[in-house]
Design a protein around this ligand. Sequence first.
Ligand SMILES: Cc1ncc(COP(=O)(O)O)c(C=O)c1O
Length: 402
Amino acid sequence: MNPLLSRLQPYPFERLRQLHANVTPNPAYKLISLGIGEPRHATPQLIKDALSASLAGLASYPGTLGSAPLRQAMSDWMARRYGGLAVDPATQILPVNGSREALFALAQTVIDASQPGATVVCPNPFYQIYEGAALLAGAQTWFAPSDPARNFAVDWAGVPEAVWAKTQLVFVCSPGNPTGAVMGLAEWELLFRLSDQYGFVIASDECYSEIYFRDEAPLGGLQAASQLGRHDFKNLIALTSLSKRSNVPGLRSGFVAGDAAIIKSFLLYRTYHGSAMSPVVQAASLAAWSDEQHVEDNRALYREKFAAVTPLLASVMDVALPDAGFYLWAAIPPAFKGSDTAFSAELLGFYNVVVLPGSYLARDAQGHNPGAGRIRMALVAETAECVEAAQRIVQFIHSKVH
Ligand SMILES: Cc1ncc(COP(=O)(O)O)c(C=O)c1O
């Protein structure tokens, strides 16, 4: 067996299952889960129609590069979404089967584990695939905490020089899971400067980019690069996905875009890995990237939901509307003595609501776990169900505090 497998940590949902295994939920309430961040709004008809209209595609093997019209549709979407951004569909874009596999595979492509101390820098808390991708590529991880005092911006400036010197890959998550924070241009400028100095690749995970609550859409990594005159996107790859944008987590479709030299190596890796996108999925994806109405409708649903739920919870705990994404990342009240796991277990027991302990999404690093004392709530269910969950959480906290 590959010895690196033993370095993998248990996935947060497995830890949650174990935490809840001995809890008997109050039968007076119906279960509401805010635990898993899986989109649950309806899949748009136009995507289903495009899928069923292209079943003839099942009869042929697809190329790993994807069809030219699909890559053109992706490039056109980027130009519309990011203020005329120019991304060459021939050399700077590749379709991927969801951003999860692409995040993982990209690390396998760029990491040179023969270099002593090969390091991957990750935000903390973070999407768990970053860590697994780094460890299975034979690298070690270094976790940079997000700072609640700066709207959960990651403390890139606090990463020691000796760590940067060994860093080959940096994962960026903007909008962040679980924090919802969006990186601004100054933060990008800092990372680009560090990337130029130390030669690392930046993987910018942007799969929540279309669900946002401010007037201005989140800045994209490639957009930031272009605004700073880096039109070749040197050492930068952005990863995006239809899962959340278009409510098709089961389609497994996204794309990567950026530095043509990295895309070329990634294509080579993917050809051997066997991760070409099905022609049927390519057709449905082309339809999805070419339509914006369903994305606006989807965003409106989230805005309405967050507007209804956030004030309820903000009356009892430290939580605010995020920049973007579909999570609330809340600090639990002092009465719980910082135990996010006890909060989660007791809430399930008394009110049959599932929330994810924040400490499961972060690692102990530099002496603390930046997820401890926090919970993540995914507002993916219908608004009425999320409001009901929030009302139960309010009651739960009142019962504990009074
Ligand atoms: C931050 C982040 N990145 C990537 C993904 C993977 O999404 P997908 O593979 O569906 O594109 C997720 C899924 O939850 C996520 O939260």
